[in-house]
Each structure stands twice: as C-alpha cells, then as structure tokens.
Ligand binder design. Structure first.
Ligand SMILES: Cc1cc2nc3c(=O)[nH]c(=O)nc-3n(C[C@H](O)[C@H](O)[C@H](O)COP(=O)(O)OP(=O)(O)OC[C@H]3O[C@@H](n4cnc5c(N)ncnc54)[C@H](O)[C@@H]3O)c2cc1C
Length: 445
C-alpha cells in the first residue's frame, strides 16, 4: 500500500466507471489528481474545444471537491514535481491509444517514470480483436461480429470513498477559456454526460434506427464530445442497450468508433496519410477561394452551408452532414481530405483523430472499407432526403429563412431565392462529378 498515488487524468475526465482510478484508490491512502495541460496542443485547438475542455475540467474539479490540480507544462516535469512533493513513485493512468498520447507516454516512460495503465477509452482496447490468423480486421462488418463475440466488462462504480490531497493555489492553473461569442456548446462533464444519456434513452433511442440520419431533429445521442473527453465510458452506454432495432444500430455505431481506433492503432500513419496509397497520386486542386467558401458555409449549396455553419456555431455536426460536406470538399472541390479534416479538428468539440481521419477517408473513398470513390453524394438530393422539410437549412442559413419547405434546397428555382443575400453556387455539381470520375480513371490500374 502506498501512502499516495498520482492519478493523471487525460481522456477520462470522470470518476464513475474508471477502473484506473479504482486501481489508484485501492493501492493508496490518498490520491493526487492532476490534469497536465500541454500548451502546444491547447494553442493548436480552436476556441470551441478549449472552452469545452475548460468546462469539463471545472466539472471534474467540482466532483473532486475543488482539489483537482491543473498544471500547465511538460508532463515529465509536472509528474516529477508531484512525485517529489508527495513522496510517491506511483502514477496511474488509463491507456491512451491516440498517436499523440502514445508518443507522449513513451517519452514519459523513457524518463524513468513508471505508468500503471488500467483500461482504455474503449469497450475493447485497440489491437485486441483479431482474425483467426492473428491479423487485424480491415473490414467493419466482420470486425463488428468479432468485437461482439470478444465482449467487454460490465461498468464499474465510482470509488465509494476517495481521499484527495489538499491543494495549493499554485496548482490551480485552471484555464480561462470562455465560450466564443455567438457559439452554443452543450454542458460538459460527467454529470452532463449521464444526464444526456438518460434523456436519449428515454426519448430517441428506440427510434434511433429510423431517425439517426435526419439532420434537423435531435435524433442522435450527442454522446461524442462526452466520449471524446472520457466523461462517460462506452461500456456504460453499451450496458444500457437491449435488442430492439434502435439499440442494435446504436451498438453498431459505438463499434465504428472502436473499429477506427483499431485501424489507426495498426496503421498510425493514416492519421495524416492515405490508407489506400494510390489516392495520394490523384490530381487534386490547391485550396483557394472555393475552400474558403466551404469553410465559411458559402458554397451556394444549402445543405452543405447549413452543416458548415452548424460546425462553427456548435462545435458539432450531424453525422449525415459530415459525410455530405466531406464528399463535397473531395469530389466537388477536388481537394485532399486532409484540408477538411484539419478544419474539422479545429472546430469539433468531439475531435477524435481516429474517427475524424477515417470518417474523412471513408467518405473520400480512400480509407478502410471505404464507400467506393465513384459513389458521390449529391448535396441537393441528400438535403431533400435527410432534411425533408428544410428546417435544418432554415435554422443555420438565415438568408434562406424566407423559403418554405423542401424548396429551400434549390434557391435557384425560386424567383426570390437570392433576395436574402444567399451566395450563388461556386461549382456545378453535375460537372464536378464528371471531373472527379475522370481523375479517378487516371489512377486506376
Ligand atoms: C468526415 C467525418 C468526420 C468525423 N469526425 C469525427 C470526430 O472527430 N469525432 C467523432 O467522435 N466522430 C466523428 N465522426 C463520426 C460521427 O459523425 C460522430 O461520431 C457522430 O456524428 C457524433 O454524434 P452522436 O454522438 O450524436 O452520434 P450517435 O449517432 O448518437 O452515435 C453514438 C456514438 O457512436 C459513435 N459513432 C457514430 N457514428 C460514427 C462513425 N461514423 N464513426 C465513428 N464513430 C461513430 C460516436 O462515438 C457517437 O457518439 C466523423 C464522421 C465523418 C463522416
């Protein structure tokens, strides 16, 4: 038994269902809880993500009765300082599988600090689910079947009693990152995550299979930021599912997150590079004015523009529209997927390198188990289908608020379509579709 153990919070900003915290608590009389703010990363993150993280840390601090240490700086120096101050060599964490986290932990361990790793941010840790010949899965459906067969542990409770060391003022480098003006972010933290999950279970979960693609309604769980920061563990979600169709589909979505983490684990270069290398040889355009229009939600395609504005206003975007805007960037503007992925990473509060890079590569047609490249989303038809009365567009694009119903997806057919100042289309989708297929033909072997 150690007198004290350091608990280093990273992507697990919660007390419940946190086996690493239980392990630290079991082997010590007092916990030294710390979050170490890497300012390089923080400076690269957008205002939305910084504000969300600050709120999440405040929530965690509250559940630790105001004793969470937040230290800005290098993890090795911060941990060595705490080890000396509290006379302990015990540092507990849950394993991080993102490339940055792996490299950081390797550096920390190389300095001589021993990290006791328990659990991960996944129901099944990346690398565990393998084919019978011990190779990783490359296709989602067989991965899903093997993942279900592998199974996962039941959630564990929060420590019944947790003694936390006193805190000094110098250890409270809480960031002052406020929500940017005009931006609306969801409440952060463990309590907010559990509340939202309960709400989703009681309202939309049963209809999830039929409603999850409808962009205008609140039909998905919005668990992604909570999962990203570990305010809730996926096991807690999985434990709340039954066998109804909505629940089955929801389980499959959780499995996509696990699949992409597994793929990235085996192919770390795919956070930036093409999973299917031949796509690196395709002819792409350089990002210029059209890219800026895409970022600003001013492409002249209402469904695309509504989605991009949702991203900037809320730090989140519906999954259906993530696919539509990604397809537009790659196949209508002929830009490399990384430009879009970087923009997403700046604004998303659920930014996750595995789901983002592979979500982009799936849509671009160059990832694992990808949607074939020749399948090109039509932004107008997608809008008519998944925002059938146009409410999503009207909510985010005020210049089109005067057009009722589904007609909002085609302002060019309305005599007053442009009276609110909405921009003209920056490209002709039909033409760009052909252009895209021509460029694909050039790299076909
Ligand atoms: C281009 C692109 C980029 C994306 N970037 C991210 C990202 O950075 N972070 C992120 O968490 N998700 C990303 N996704 C996946 C997906 O869009 C979001 O997880 C989902 O929209 C989050 O909303 P939700 O929690 O309401 O999802 P729900 O529909 O309620 O799904 C529940 C959970 O399942 C997981 N999930 C659902 N769909 C996917 C998927 N396609 N891939 C991986 N996991 C999934 C998420 O953890 C999600 O919270 C991306 C998808 C695309 C097409």
């Amino acid at each position: 038994m150690n007198e004290r153990a350091i608990f280093w919070f990273r992507r697990d900003l919660r007390l419940g269902d946190n086996p690493a915290l239980l392990a630290a608590n079991a082997e010590s009389d007092e916990i030294v809880p710390v979050f170490i703010m890497d300012m390089d990363i923080a400076n690269r993150a957008g205002d939305h993500r910084r504000a969300y993280l600050a709120a999440s840390l405040r929530a965690l601090d509250e559940s630790l009765k105001g004793r969470l240490k937040v230290i800005a700086g290098d993890p090795i120096e911060a941990l060595q300082g705490l080890m000396k101050e509290y006379g302990t060599t015990s540092v507990h964490v849950s394993a991080d599988f993102a490339p940055y986290g792996i490299a950081r932990d390797a550096r920390v361990e190389a300095s001589g600090i021993v990290l006791t790793k328990t659990g991960s941010p996944y129901a099944v840790a990346p690398g565990r689910v393998r084919k019978s010949d011990d190779t990783p899965y490359k296709v989602y459906t067989p991965f899903f079947k093997a993942w279900v067969t592998h199974g996962w542990r039941a959630p564990v409770s929060a420590p019944k009693k947790i003694a936390v060391v006193e805190i000094k003022d110098s250890e409270r480098a809480f960031p002052q990152w406020d929500i940017p003006e005009g931006v609306v972010l969801p409440p952060a933290g463990e309590k907010a995550a559990l509340k939202r999950w309960k709400h989703f279970q009681e309202t939309e979960l049963d209809e999830y299979d039929s409603q999850r693609n409808l962009a205008a309604i609140d039909g998905t769980s919005k668990m992604s930021p909570h999962l990203r920061w570990g305010e809730i563990h996926p096991r807690t979600l999985l434990a709340g599912l039954g066998s109804e169709p909505g629940h089955e589909v929801f389980r499959k979505e959780i499995a996509w997150r696990e699949f992409y983490a597994d793929v990235l684990h085996h192919n770390p270069h795919t956070s930036r590079d093409y999973y299917a290398p031949r796509f690196a040889n395709m002819r792409y355009d350089k990002p210029g004015d059209k890219f800026q229009s895409w970022c600003a939600g001013k492409t002249g395609y209402p469904f695309v523009d509504a989605a991009m504005r949702q991203l900037v206003q809320e730090g989140w975007m519906h999954n259906r529209t993530r696919m539509v805007v990604a397809s537009f960037l790659v196949k209508d503007l002929h830009l490399e997927w990384q430009h879009g992925a970087n923009f997403f990473m700046k604004y998303l509060i659920d930014n996750d390198v595995a789901s983002n890079s592979h979500g982009w590569q799936w849509t671009a047609g160059c990832g694992t188990d990808a949607s074939p490249y020749y399948r090109i989303f039509n932004p107008v038809e997608q809008g008519k289908r998944f925002d059938e009365d146009g409410a999503y567009v009207r909510k985010y694009v005020p210049e089109l608020a005067h057009i009722g119903g589904v007609a909002v997806h085609e302002p060019w057919l309305d005599a007053h379509g442009y009276s609110g100042g909405y921009p003209q289309r920056i490209v002709d989708h039909a033409l760009e579709r052909h252009e895209s297929l021509a460029r694909l033909a050039e790299i076909k072997v």
